[in-house]
Structures are given as C-alpha cells and as structure tokens.
Design a protein around this ligand. Sequence first.
Ligand SMILES: *Cc1c(COP(=O)(O)O)cnc(C)c1O
Length: 365
Amino acid sequence: MIPMVNLKAQYAEIKAEVEHGLAETIDNCSFILGPNVQAFERETADYLGVKHAIGVASGTDALHLALIAEGIGAGDEVITTAFTFIATAEAIKYVGAIPVFVDIDPRTFNISPEAIERAITPKTKAIMPVHLFGQPADMAEIMQLCAQYQLKLIEDCCQSFGASINGKQTGSLGDAAGYSFFPSKNLGAFGDGGLVVTNNDATAAKVKQLRNHGSDVRYYHDVIGYNSRLDEMQAVILRAKLKRIDQYNQARRRVAHLYSELMADLPLVTPYEDGLGEHVYHQYTLLSDRRDDIMKALQERQIACAVYYPVPLHQQNVFKEECAGLSLPVTESVAATCFSLPICPFLEAASIREIVAVIRGVLLA
Ligand SMILES: *Cc1c(COP(=O)(O)O)cnc(C)c1O
C-alpha cells in the first residue's frame, strides 16, 4: 500500500519535539493566540522574507481575509485560473467579487499572462494567480500587468510553501498572499490552518483585526470580523516542520526528478519545469490519454493516485450558469488527461520504481 502522502513517516521524525510542545501548551493553557502562534508568525515572516505573517484558520480564510483587506468587494472582477481547487474562487465570491476564469499554460498548467491581459476590463481590480502544484506562476509578467493596469496582486500560495523565484519566495511578490496548512500541503498541520502574508502595514493590521472578531482591543469591535485564528496546537506542529521545510522540499524535488528520469522513454507527459522559479512539487502531475487504464492498474496494486482536478471551476455545477458559454480549451484538455502520483519527502526509491513499473506495464503492454 503506497499512499499519496506518508504523514506517518514524517511524524516519526518530529514526534519528540511536537509532544514536548503540545504538553507545554496544555500545561500553560494558552490555547488562543498564544506564544507559539506569535513565534510561528515571526518565523514564517522571516523565512518567507515578508514584513508581516498572520496566522488564520485555513487557506480559504487566508485568501478571503486578504481580499477584504485589499479592498476587493462587490462587483469587482478578479482574474484567476479555473484549474485550481475551488477555494481560490470561493474566496472571490465571499467578498461579492466576480471570478473571471482565464486559460492556462499547456506545459506548467499555471495561469497564462497573455490570457490575463485579454481579460482585463475597467472592472478588473485584482489578479489572483495560483502557484499550482508547487511551481511558481510567471510572476514577472503578472507583476508587470498589475503595474500597467493598476491591479492588486493576491497570490494563492496554498500549494507553494517554500517555492522561490530568483531567491524570492512566492507570497512575497504580490500585495498579499494566502497559505494553507491543510495536513497534506508541503507545510501541513494536524488539522486546518492558514496564513496571510504581506509587506503592507495597513493590510496586516486589517487581517489581524478581521481574524479576531473585528477587534484590536479586547471587547472593542470596529468592524464585523470573523473567528479565524490559527490554533496554538497547530502552531506547535508547524514550527517543528518549518525548521525542516527546505529539506522536505528538496526531497520532493528528488522524488519528482527520479520519477521523470524513469519515465523519460514512456509515451506520456511528465511535469515541465519552466525554470522561472523553483518547483516544490506539491503534486507530481502527468498527462496521458490512457489515464484511466494507468489509474486502474495502480489501484489494483494498492498504489494511490488521484486526479487534480477532474472538473475545471468554470464547468463545476456551482459556476455552470455564471460561466455559460465560457471555453478554456487548454484547461479542459489538461483536466481530461491529468493524473497525479504519490509524492512526499519520504517516498522511497524502491516505491518510485514499483510505481513506474506498473505504468510501464500498461503503456508498453
Ligand atoms: C488547499 C488549497 C486551498 C484552501 O486551503 P484550505 O486550508 O483547505 O482552506 C486554496 N487554494 C489552493 C490552490 C489549495 O490547494
């Protein structure tokens, strides 16, 4: 049995540190916005090279609160990708804005800057790229568009913790960014968690207020806010993993490169690194017309595999009416042939070889 992510192996390495931190938190009873959340916010801000990091309850909330803080609201158009997890678009809808889905690059699956430019209207207020599967989007082009058309740039970094472009972390380049600590993410908690990062003091102050019932001073409320704080226990776990994040991401890259090397002669499309930034392989995603046959063979041998994402957002029931008539040919073709293999820092070479042998058996049968 090979799972998509081996969280048990990861835990074995940090168990002592995590147990000590959790026991200390329980002894102190400092459960809400305690010392570990504060320390984690400083440590992630340093790691990511940003002025402010604010812990929140999930990646979805991080994107939602970042959009509010950046002043995106009713009737504003936000250009984004349809080839992503639903939460990217949910956050846009929560603030009453309109997600404008544009097509992707056929090789990286990231949002296409040319497609963004074609979709800009007088109502466009922001661009929300997703660094999909851990590969940085084309930020140089996107930042140029934001400057030229005076648009806000909010990065969805939920899959790209630790990915960088010329030494700068994803999340440090836009006006604000949202991260997720869902357990299977590159930096994952033991439950839900998220983070907003920004270099803007006003945005940071606003997010801090919003995550805590619209309050700066206890029992004084300036706006209607939310209960969206990063949990203190999760911060303990995240601090232990943050220390090792570069090691984890390097191991993910090694896994991905071994997969690609072993499959170089096979008739399928392995992930493409465009070299604009460093890919941290949240997912290892391939294209094949024989996806269903391959997945069936893997499942028969107890090897996990998954399709991220089978239905692009503009074709989801929830957006069907709103996006009627919208055609995104590259997105639709990728969604019809993509599939992802197990990847995590602890996937052993022997397992990778076993997985590739199954795929080889299907394609060269
Ligand atoms: C995981 C994810 C989110 C949402 O994060 P949660 O912590 O699950 O709320 C948003 N966008 C993308 C691209 C994601 O992968």
